[in-house]
Ligand binder design. Structure first.
Ligand code: GTP
Length: 622
C-alpha cells in the first residue's frame, strides 16, 4: 500500500480551507482525460514509469473508444507555485462528456465548487461545452475557462478566447491556454484552481452528511461508493445509514483515490473519497442519496438528484436460444454496476426469449450490447431502438408502450411521444441544411444565436424518436462533420402516430413492427419490404412480404420460390470442394432464424434494424 507523503494531510484531518473540489467539463474529445493524465503526473500521484494514456478510464471499452463512461475522483496534493510550503488538496472528478451520460456529469458537478471548462483551441465551443456549462452554472460552480491543444498548428487561441470570454462573461486574457499533450500551462492551471475555486464550506461539528455521487461495482470488493462529505465526518468501522431507505451498513473501509484506493481513518468536511460497506448491488447505494451515521445522525437529507430514466428501449435476444440463461446472468451482472440499466423478460414470435432493455440513449445501448458480446461471449440480436409512448384510449384507459408490438389496437384517443430540446452548434454556412434536416424530423425552431460571426447555436424542439436513430449521422454528413449536438428531455407531446407491422408469408414479424408518424408510415413500409426482399434468400415456396397498418396493407413485395443448390456448379467429382461448400452452407444456416415458415438470415435482422442511411450508426461518438 503506498504511504501518504508527510506533507499530504490525512483526509480525516484536512483543513477544509485547503481543499479544492473541481471537475473538468468539455465537449467529447477536447482533451479532458489527457489533461487529467498531466495533472496526475504533475502532482506526483502517478509515477512517470506507471503512466499510461487515459489513466482514469479503466474499462477496456472506454480505452478502445477513447471515451469516459464512469466518472472517477482523484485526490491530488498541490502546492501553488507562489507558495510552495502551502500544500493544498485538489479533488478532481473526471466526468463523461457524452449526451447519454449527462446524468453522470450532473452528479459529479454537485460534488464540486468549481469546474475547468475545457475547450479545444482548434474547434471552439461545441454543443456539449454549452450543455455542461449550463449545468455548471445551475450548480453555481466557479468556472475556470481553459483552451486546450494550443500546440496544434490549427489552434486559434485568440478567436476562441474571445468566444469563451463572451460566453461566460470574463476577459479574453482570463482564459488560460494549455496543451494537455505537452503539459504546457498545466501548472499555471493548477495554481488557478487553487486561487479561484472556493474552498468547501461545511459544519465540522454537525451530524455527518455525505452525498453519493457515484457507485461502482467491483467484483472483488462489492460496491465502491464515491461520496463527498458536506458536514461532519465519517469514520472507518462506524455504522452508517442511507437516508432514503434507512438501510444501515458498517463502513468496512473508507479512503481516497490517489488514483489507486488508499484507505484512511475517515473523511472530514468537504473531502471526496470512497466507502466500502460490503453491499453487492449499486442500487443499494443509490446515487443522490445522503449518508449519515447511525448514532447521532442527521435528520435532514441533502437535496437529491434525479433518477436516471431510460429513454430508449430495445429488445435483446440471444442468437442461440439456449444462451438465454447466460444473457439473464450477464444483464444481472451489468446492472450491479449500472443503476440506469433496466430490463424485463420478453418473448418474440420471431426471436424467441429475450429481454426488453431500457437505456439512457443510443451510446448507452451500444456500450451495453458490446459488453454483453465481448465480456460474456454472447451473440445477440438487438431490435430497432424505440422511445416510450403513452397511449390513451377513447375509454380513458392508458398504456405505456416500450415495445412497438405492444401498441394497443382498438379505439385510440391520443398518443403521446417524448420530446427533446436539441441544441446544435455549427458554422453558419450550414444553417440551411440543418434547418432542413430538423424540419423533416418534425422539429420546431426555438431560436438561433450567433456565438461569433461564423458560428451559430440553433435550438429546436424535436421528437426524441426522430433523433435516436440516425439524426446525428445525418447532421454530421450535412455539415461535413462540423456540427455538434446536445439534447435534453422536455416532456411529451401528442402526435399522429401509427404502428406499421411487417408480415412475412402472412405472419407478423414482431421484431420489425415500428411506431412512426402517420405521414412517414407509407415510406417506412415501402422501404422495409423492399429491403427485406433483397435480404431474405429465396425459399422453397413463394413468400409475400407486406407492410400493414392494422389490417390495411400499405406495401408489398414477393420473394420468388427457388431451391438453392450450392452444388449445382460442382459437376465432376471434386469431393473435397463439395464438402467445403456444404460445410459453408451449414454455417450459413446456423445464422438463420425461422420466422413462421420462413428462414431469415441474421444479417437481414441486423440490416433492417439499422435502417438504410444509418447502417453502422449509433457506433462511436455523438
Ligand atoms: N495535439 C494535442 N492533442 C491533444 C491534446 N489534448 C488531448 N489531445 C488529443 O485529443 C484526443 C482526445 O483526448 P481525450 O483526452 O481522450 O479527450 P476527452 O475529452 O477525455 O474525451 P472523452 O473522454 O471521450 O470525453 C486524443 O487523441 C488526445 O491525444 C493537446 O493538448 N494537444
Amino acid at each position: 500500500m503506498p504511504a501518504i507523503p508527510s506533507h499530504v494531510p490525512e483526509p480525516s484531518r484536512t483543513d477544509p480551507t485547503l481543499l479544492r473540489n473541481f471537475c473538468i467539463i468539455a465537449h467529447i474529445d477536447h482533451g479532458k482525460s489527457t489533461l487529467a493524465d498531466r495533472m496526475l503526473q504533475l502532482t506526483g500521484v502517478v509515477e512517470q514509469r506507471q503512466m499510461r494514456a487515459q489513466y482514469l478510464d479503466r474499462m477496456d471499452i472506454e480505452r478502445e473508444r477513447g471515451i469516459t463512461i464512469k466518472s472517477q475522483a482523484v485526490r491530488l496534493p498541490w502546492a501553488p507555485t507562489h507558495d510552495k510550503s502551502n500544500t493544498h488538496i485538489l479533488n478532481m472528478i473526471d466526468t463523461p462528456g457524452h449526451v447519454d451520460f449527462t446524468y453522470e456529469v450532473s452528479r459529479s458537478l454537485a460534488a464540486c465548487e468549481g469546474t475547468i471548462l475545457l475547450v479545444d483551441a482548434a474547434q471552439g465551443i461545441e454543443a456539449q461545452t454549452l450543455a455542461n456549462l449550463y449545468l455548471a452554472m445551475e450548480n453555481d460552480l466557479t468556472i475556470v475557462p481553459v483552451l486546450n491543444k494550443i500546440d496544434l498548428p490549427a489552434a486559434q487561441p485568440e478567436k476562441f478566447s474571445e468566444e469563451l470570454a463572451n460566453l461566460i462573461g470574463c476577459q479574453p486574457e482570463d482564459v488560460l491556454k494549455v496543451s494537455a499533450k505537452t503539459g504546457m500551462g498545466v501548472e499555471a492551471l493548477l495554481d488557478r484552481v487553487v486561487r479561484d475555486v472556493p474552498a468547501p464550506v461545511g459544519v465540522k461539528d454537525a451530524p455527518a452528511r455525505a452525498m453519493i455521487f457515484d457507485s461502482v461495482y467491483d467484483s472483488y470488493r462489492g460496491v465502491v461508493t464515491y461520496v463527498r462529505v458536506i458536514d461532519g465526518q465519517l469514520n472507518k468501522r462506524e455504522r452508517i445509514r442511507m437516508m432514503s431507505t434507512n438501510a444501515t451498513h458498517e463502513l468496512l473501509e473508507i479512503g481516497t483515490n490517489s488514483p489507486e484506493m488508499l484507505p484512511a481513518d475517515g473523511l472530514g468536511v468537504g473531502e471526496v473519497g470512497y466507502l466500502i460497506t460490503g453491499v453487492k448491488d449499486v442500487r443499494q447505494s443509490k446515487v443522490g442519496d445522503t449518508i449519515t451515521t447511525l448514532t447521532k445522525g442527521a435528520t435532514e437529507a441533502l437535496g437529491g438528484y434525479k433518477d436516471p430514466k431510460p429513454m430508449v428501449f430495445s429488445g435483446l435476444y440471444p442468437l442461440d436460444g439456449s444462451d438465454y440463461p447466460e444473457l439473464r446472468d450477464a444483464l444481472d451482472k451489468l446492472q450491479l454496476n449500472d443503476a440506469a440499466l433496466v430490463y424485463e423478460p420478453e418473448t418474440s414470435a420471431a426471436l424467441g426469449f429475450g429481454f426488453r432493455v431500457g437505456f439512457l440513449g443510443l451510446l448507452h445501448l451500444d456500450v451495453i450490447r458490446e459488453r454483453l458480446e465481448r465480456e460474456f461471449g454472447l451473440d445477440l440480436i438487438a431490435t430497432a431502438p424505440n422511445v416510450v409512448y403513452r397511449v390513451v384510449m377513447e375509454d380513458g384507459s392508458e398504456h405505456i408502450v416500450t415495445n412497438p408490438s405492444e401498441f394497443p389496437e382498438g379505439k385510440i384517443g391520443e398518443v403521446y411521444e417524448p420530446m427533446v430540446r436539441a441544441t446544435i452548434l455549427a458554422p453558419s454556412e450550414f444553417i440551411g441544411s440543418i434547418m432542413e434536416l430538423c424540419q423533416t424530423r418534425r422539429g420546431t425552431l426555438l431560436g438561433m444565436d450567433y456565438l461569433s460571426e461564423d458560428r451559430v447555436e440553433i435550438r429546436y424542439t424535436l421528437p426524441l424518436a426522430e433523433i435516436v436513430f440516425d439524426f446525428f449521422d445525418q447532421l454530421k454528413s450535412k455539415t461535413r462533420g462540423y456540427a455538434s449536438l446536445d439534447y435534453e428531455p422536455t416532456g411529451e407531446q401528442t402526435s399522429s402516430l401509427v404502428k406499421v407491422d411487417i408480415l412475412l408469408h402472412g405472419d407478423k414479424v414482431d421484431a420489425f413492427s415500428a411506431i412512426t408518424h402517420k405521414d412517414a408510415a407509407y415510406a417506412y413500409g415501402v422501404r422495409l419490404v423492399a429491403k427485406l426482399r433483397e435480404l431474405i434468400p429465396r425459399q422453397a415456396f413463394e413468400v409475400p412480404i407486406q407492410a400493414a397498418i392494422g389490417s390495411r396493407v400499405i406495401a408489398r413485395e414477393t420473394i420468388r420460390a427457388i431451391r438453392k443448390d450450392v452444388l449445382a456448379k460442382c459437376y465432376g467429382g471434386d469431393i473435397s470442394r463439395k464438402r467445403k461448400l456444404l460445410e459453408k452452407q451449414k454455417e450459413g444456416k446456423k445464422r438463420m432464424k425461422m420466422v413462421g415458415s420462413v428462414e431469415v438470415p441474421q444479417e437481414a435482422f441486423i440490416a433492417v434494424l439499422s435502417s438504410d442511411e444509418n447502417a453502422g450508426s449509433g457506433k462511436g461518438k455523438k
